[in-house]
Design a binder for this molecule. Structure first.
Ligand code: G3P
Ligand code: MG
Length: 262
């Protein structure tokens, strides 16, 4: 690596993974609001589909871990889901937090002064939600957020469908570890980015992806010491459960560089 390489890179962006989920209940409005307050660049959230085809912001296919209810989202109506407590599992002080829909998040995201990037992860790798891609794209277009949204998924077929429905929307192919043929698959399905873990970004495969023009966005990084090495690997985005800490740490590093005249 050339000396001084990192300082010529654009600043690395910080996204709150499931919002500021280290300090607030994941995938809730407060977790997203706090990511914005922290001064981060974006949020990452997960989308499932209810029985009545509402787009539900939740990581798991079931509501058991993060609410006071039990069962599969696909078997429940939004009417039932919205009555649940989605915060107490994290801490009793969050008992007012509700399950939210993607519609509610996008409405909030279009509020005055809100410029966050919204990374919508389609959770269709465990359960096949028929029409999930169309429903998400329709909503994004309804809010005119095509230029501020990233669609990602572990399911390449789903992303290929998104690309066939929208020629320019930002698509991130999600991988775990260092699977073979990642770059080839990403290019084949029309993705412009790979959403990966550090192990991929820092490897030769990660550098091949960069050389092929693919962006690297890395999840889930919770140690601020990783910022410098990820910058050197030309990573564009760090997704973290602790956006406030990462924003602070990035700003401090920038100040240090200024003081040293670089
Ligand atoms: O989108 C990045 C990351 O969220 C993927 O893993 O399981 O946290 O949704 P997971
Ligand atoms: Mg996710």
């Amino acid at each position: 690596m050339q000396e001084g390489f990192a300082i010529r890179q654009a600043e690395i962006e910080i996204f709150g993974h499931r919002g500021a989920s280290g300090h607030f209940p994941e995938n809730t409005l407060i977790a997203f609001q706090e990511t914005r307050i922290a001064g981060a660049n974006g949020i990452e959230l997960d989308v499932q589909m209810s029985k009545d085809r509402q787009l539900i912001v939740m990581h798991d296919e079931t509501i058991d871990r993060t609410t006071n209810g039990s069962g599969y989202i696909k078997d429940m109506t939004y009417e039932i889901l919205k009555a649940l407590d989605a915060g107490s599992w994290f801490h009793s002080s969050f008992s007012n937090e509700k399950i939210i829909t993607l519609d509610e998040v996008l409405e909030w995201a279009t509020g005055e002064g809100n410029h966050l990037t919204i990374n919508i992860e389609l959770k269709n790798d465990q359960i096949f939600y028929d029409g999930l891609e169309e429903a998400v794209l329709n909503l994004v277009q309804q809010y005119h957020l095509e230029d501020r949204v990233i669609i990602s998924s572990f399911n390449p077929k789903s992303l290929q469908k998104v690309r066939s429905l929208h020629k320019t929307i930002d698509i991130g192919y999600l991988i775990e570890g260092k699977p073979p043929d990642t770059v080839e698959i990403a290019k084949q399905i029309g993705a412009n980015a790979i959403h990966c873990q550090e192990v991929f970004a820092l490897s030769e495969k990660g550098q091949t992806a960069r050389a092929e023009g693919l962006l690297l966005r890395v999840y889930t990084v919770n140690d601020t010491n990783a910022i410098e090495r990820l910058k050197h690997a030309e990573v564009s985005v760090i997704m973290t459960d602790y956006p406030a800490e990462f924003v602070k740490s990035s700003a401090k590093k920038k100040d240090n560089r200024k003081t040293q005249g670089v």
